[in-house]
Design a protein around this ligand. Structure first.
Ligand code: 5AD
Ligand code: SF4
Length: 479
């Protein structure tokens, strides 16, 4: 809704009399509650949403019972993620019953996947908004205020929200996510993301560096650069923010270049990134990580399966040998680098022998950490169209248990390597268990707990002698 004529600036309008309220004024003091599920990208998107609505006068609240607008930013990656959201919506419905003026909205991947069907299925939802349509939220809320339901699930080839300065939600003021690209062009056959988040597009590197510098100036000491496939980040200066072509004499910026640009902001700003795709991660990226101390020695390199036939069915476009070759390159170029992974058990037609190759891959890499899942068929994906989901759930579960058990050993082995070493830890705050202890991460992303010591506070680095480890945590003291 437009309140101002084009020849009238907002300031002029404010000075006038008998004015129609600007949207910002109309919503002044209205409370927004936003809850996020799924990947880090969703959490980052919620900060963009909060920023767009803060511009229009909304304040965020942590209590949905008192909120005027309740948003749930959803994930579709596995069926149980969607089930959790549906259950949560029932709780919001109860709150809405007591406060009928409350606007309830579904954002993100489930909104994109189910579109207006959501409004019919879930009668208590007022707004459905896909990941590329967040700029439209103020208009959509207006529409709901006017008594209508509102949907915008248009995907974009250009939208990167580059100019939006995210409001940091639930922040410790030390680590922040920075989105560097959106969407995914890979079409892994099991994955719904290319359908819910659309085509891949990279964000202007200057806006990324500006956001990271601003975070550093505000006291943040760690940024995680986010994309579904960061290694295919590519910005050509002939591309302007609105997607139109311009002639500018500047070279292409690839992911290695971007990492370097962010690392150069300040040696005290730690740089992390996720997710790397085994088919795209280059030696140039590895050399850049090795070159800068403040780029963390930690790579999330999802393998999905250790068997080449299954990888082909998954359309991952690499095989077992290629993946091992990339791991060898990491070990060669960055000798002390943590590697984590994602693994799916019981993908269509996977045999016992093929599953065993996933286990032997785990032995080969000895991952520091892993996210492990049973295959969950997602409607509309290539796998759902082409292959039967033919591995019975109990077998998927047995395989998952084997993978989890192996990972437990491997994580413990990796943590033990730190015992007796001195790790540089970025202090994040008090430990969960005691305010006598601080916690923070070393550069390989392992959690370290150690007694509070005078002169050290959150946001500072400490050299910690690691004395022992539990199954998931290193324990030591500042030296
Ligand atoms: N079933 C199970 N796991 C999946 N993932 C993506 N799609 C599915 C699915 N349909 C996992 C992959 C991916 C991670 C983010 O989620 O391992 O890397
Ligand atoms: Fe999904 Fe594959 Fe893209 Fe990751 S790289 S988001 S698994 S399609």
């Amino acid at each position: 809704m437009e309140f101002l004529t084009p020849d009238k600036t907002h300031d002029e309008a404010r000075q006038g009399e008998a004015l129609v309220l600007e949207p910002g004024e109309k919503n002044l003091g209205r409370k927004l509650y936003i809850e996020s599920y799924g990947c880090a990208m969703n959490f980052s998107d919620s900060e963009i949403v909060a920023s767009i609505l803060a511009e229009k006068g909304f304040e965020t609240t942590s209590d949905f019972n008192n909120a005027d607008v309740v948003f749930i930013n959803t994930c579709s990656i596995r069926e149980n993620a969607e089930t959790r959201v549906r259950n949560r919506l029932k709780e919001f419905a109860y709150a809405k019953g007591k406060n009928p003026g409350m606007v309830v909205g579904v954002l993100g991947c489930m909104a994109e996947r189910l579109k207006s069907k959501f409004l019919e299925e879930e009668k208590l939802v007022d707004v459905v908004v896909g990941p590329d349509a967040y700029r439209d939220l103020p208009n959509l809320i207006d529409k709901v205020d006017g008594g209508q339901k509102a949907v915008n699930v248009l995907l974009s080839r250009e939208e990167t929200y580059a100019d939006i300065n995210p409001v940091r939600l639930n922040s410790n003021g030390i680590n922040a996510f920075v989105s560097i690209m959106r969407g995914c062009d890979n079409m892994c056959s099991f994955c719904v993301v290319p359908f819910t988040r659309g085509r891949e597009r990279s964000r202007d590197p200057h806006s990324i560096v500006a956001e990271c510098r601003d975070l550093f100036n505000k006291g943040y000491r760690e940024v995680t650069l986010l994309g579904q496939n960061v290694d295919s980040y590519k910005w050509s200066a002939t591309q302007s923010a609105d997607g139109s072509e311009q002639l500018v004499d500047e070279p292409i910026v690839n992911f290695a270049n971007l990492l370097e640009m962010v690392a150069l902001i300040d040696p005290d700003l730690r740089v992390r990134f996720s997710t790397s795709h085994p088919k795209d991660i280059t030696d140039e990226v590895l050399h850049t990580i090795a070159k800068y101390d403040n780029i963390c020695n930690y790579i999330h390199l999802p393998v999905q399966s250790g068997n080449s036939r299954v990888l082909e069915l998954m359309n991952r476009t690499y095989d077992r040998e290629w993946y091992m070759g990339r791991v060898d390159a990491i070990r060669r170029i960055i000798p002390d680098c943590a590697i984590s992974t994602d693994i799916i058990t019981g993908f269509c037609t996977e045999t016992e022998e093929e599953h065993n190759e996933t286990l032997s891959m785990m032995d080969y890499v000895q991952y520091d950490y892993a996210y492990m899942f049973m295959y969950s068929e997602r409607p509309g994906t290539l796998a759902a169209k082409r292959y039967a989901d033919d591995i019975p759930e109990p077998i998927k579960a047995v395989r998952l248990n084997q993978v989890v058990a192996k990972q437990r050993e491997s994580s413990h082995y990796r943590l033990q390597q730190h015992v007796g070493r001195v790790d540089r830890v970025l202090i994040e705050g008090f430990s969960k268990k005691s305010d006598q202890d601080y916690c923070g991460r070393n550069d390989k992303n392992a959690m370290v707990v150690f007694p509070v010591q005078e002169g050290y506070k959150p946001g500072q680095y400490a050299n910690v002698l690691v004395e022992k480890c539990t199954s998931a945590t290193l324990i030591g003291k500042i030296i």
